[in-house]
Design a protein around this ligand. Structure first.
Ligand SMILES: [Fe+2]
Ligand SMILES: [Fe+2]
Length: 165
């Protein structure tokens, strides 16, 4: 198997038990940031970039992939009132942690990745290097989506096998 495919296979193995669940798949119905990319696509993108960053630095890429996939696991939409959406900016990491913990068994590191992903907006510091890298991945991915680079980079095509049931 070519190295690139082997690498992607390792990524899918990290999230295989999560990606096909209704709790994760239902994020595919909700628009994230621009409306062009769904929350599921954004989450998978963050998961993959977090995985790559942690792999590069020799860190726990499995926790990064899993925490990244679940980091925005809430179901509020862009149709909510502006004041509610503004409050969500700070609240949604806790909401995502609540939902993800109710659905899946999470390690301490995965929990920290989810609940601290909006750092430095969240007051307390991330406890793990992986949390910082997923936090960075989230910002990079959000910027790429807002610059309409997600489709140009053909991320959907690269990540499609993880979407397929
Ligand atoms: Fe978020
Ligand atoms: Fe995010």
């Amino acid at each position: 198997m070519p190295l690139k495919d082997q690498h992607r296979q390792e990524f899918y193995d990290c999230i295989r038990d999560l990606i096909h669940t209704p709790q994760v798949q239902s994020m595919g119905q909700i628009a994230q940031h621009t409306g062009e990319v769904s929350r599921l696509e954004h989450s998978l993108y963050v998961s993959y970039v977090g995985f790559l960053l942690c792999d590069f630095f020799g860190l726990d890429q499995r926790a990064a992939a899993r925490g990244g996939l679940l980091h925005d696991m809430h179901y509020a939409t862009r149709d909510e009132a502006f004041s509610f959406r503004a409050r969500l900016l700070l609240l949604h990491p806790k909401l995502a942690l609540h939902n993800a913990s109710a659905a899946f068994e999470l390690s301490q590191k995965e929990q920290d990745i989810i609940v601290k992903h909006m750092w430095p907006l969240t007051v307390s510091l991330p406890r793990y290097a992986e949390s910082y890298l997923v936090c960075l991945a989230d910002k990079l991915c959000a910027a790429a989506e807002m610059l309409r680079l997600y489709r140009l980079m053909r991320m959907e095509e690269k990540l499609r096998p993880a979407f397929a049931a």
